[in-house]
Design a protein around this ligand. Structure first.
Ligand code: ATP
Ligand code: MG
Length: 358
């Protein structure tokens, strides 16, 4: 007997397997039921541990997008649990924005299923959108309106009563340090102020889910820090987030999960520090030197559990154990550093060093 899941209902009938979506739990060789965003009913709820039945805010299954002949998103699946920040990473052109646009119903999917707040997308697009905040990759502020008017207009789309909207706008202007520019028209704002306003606008409906496509793109360190600090506060308050960014250091600080896409496919998914330790190692030595110096170092590092990579005049050693005993050898080279392995190392290892879209 197979359990088959269709929309909010579980049907079980002989031979029905194509509609199953969610997680199927087995015990003692026997299926005891399903969990997942789309599952309302569970065949034997009392036998499923509560922790395993946690609800996903977003569930994507087999998502695929073709633009003509080009396969841009290729059968990707992931969940975002309530309160989690998921770093959605990948080289330029990997398909991140296209995925986000499919979640938002802005681009039609070629195949797959999307559930957000346990509602099927894009079918329940309006209901879903009312509970989401979005910072798009491209600036979409209304250039003819002032800072404050942009926020009020957006509040109007969500039919937020005037009195509540006024209080929220005030709070958001202060939260994003825009209160002194409230009457400025958009074209007089700096890039950093525009991104902050986009974030403020995304929060006007007090969203349960925040989708951020490059929230700090092109900003100076001060503006970036302010935004990352505000995002950390939102995260601590329990906002669920899907975050795309090429600032990997910040992503690794904020995200409980990362998902790396390349050529439209998920190459890895998991807890960032765990992935770094498992796939890259503990620490990295970066050494500049002549080819013969680097050759000699490569031989020395074979005594340690490490992988090595030569890029031009540089040797990268990704140490999977404490290689302190080799510091003396490295010390004879001119230029070298020793640092903890990070998300950028993982990203480069999994997606390579070649430039995309060249
Ligand atoms: N409307 C479209 N028609 C045709 N191709 C498109 C369209 N939109 C996106 N693409 C292509 O899909 C691929 C993925 O683009 P997408 O914008 O999703 O990448 P991304 O991962 O967001 O990249 P970036 O980091 O540069 O923002 C690219 O090759 C892009 O040229
Ligand atoms: Mg993009």
């Amino acid at each position: 007997m197979l359990y088959c899941v269709k929309r909010e209902t579980i049907f079980w009938e002989e031979g029905c397997d194509d509609a199953v979506w969610g997680r199927e739990w087995w015990r003692g060789g026997e299926s005891i039921g399903y969990t997942g965003a789309m599952i309302q009913a569970i065949s034997q709820p009392e036998s499923i541990p509560e922790a395993l039945g946690s609800q996903a805010v977003v569930s994507v299954f087999g998502l695929t997008k073709r633009f003509g002949e080009r396969l841009v998103v290729n059968n990707i699946s992931f969940d975002i649990q309530r309160g989690q920040c998921v770093g959605f990473l990948g080289p330029n052109g990997a398909g991140k924005t296209t995925c986000i646009n499919m979640l938002l119903g802005l681009v039609e999917k070629s195949a797959g299923k999307i559930r957000i707040f346990d509602l099927e997308a894009p079918r329940f697009h309006r209901e879903i959108k009312a509970r989401i905040g979005v910072v798009p990759q491209a600036d979409s502020l209304d250039p003819d309106l002032s800072v404050e008017e942009n926020l009020h207009t957006y509040a109007g789309y969500f039919r937020i009563p005037r009195r509540i909207a006024r209080a929220r706008v005030e709070e958001l202007l202060h939260f994003f340090a825009l209160h002194n520019r409230r009457e400025e028209i958009i074209e007089h704002l700096s890039g950093g102020q525009r991104r902050r306003l986009l974030l403020a606008r995304a929060l006007i409906n007090e969203p349960e889910l925040l989708i951020l496509d490059e929230p700090t793109i092109g900003l100076d360190p001060q503006a970036r820090h302010l935004i990352w600090e505000r995002l950390a506060i939102l995260q601590a308050r329990g906002t669920t987030m899907l975050l795309t960014s090429h600032y990997l250091e910040e992503v690794s600080r904020l995200s409980q999960q990362v998902l790396i896409l390349d050529h439209g496919q998920v190459v890895v998914q998991g807890e960032p520090q765990q992935l770094i330790t498992d796939l890259v190692g503990l620490e990295v030595f970066e050494v500049d030197g002549t080819p013969s110096e680097l050759d000699a170092l490569e031989v020395s590092f074979r005594q340690c559990n490490a992988t090595q990579e030569r890029v031009g005049d540089k040797l990268y050693v990704y140490a999977k154990e404490d290689c302190s005993r080799l510091v003396k050898v490295v010390g004879t080279s001119g230029n070298w550093i020793r640092r903890p392995a990070n998300l950028e190392d993982l990203f480069i290892q999994l997606t390579g060093r070649s430039l995309r879209e060249s």
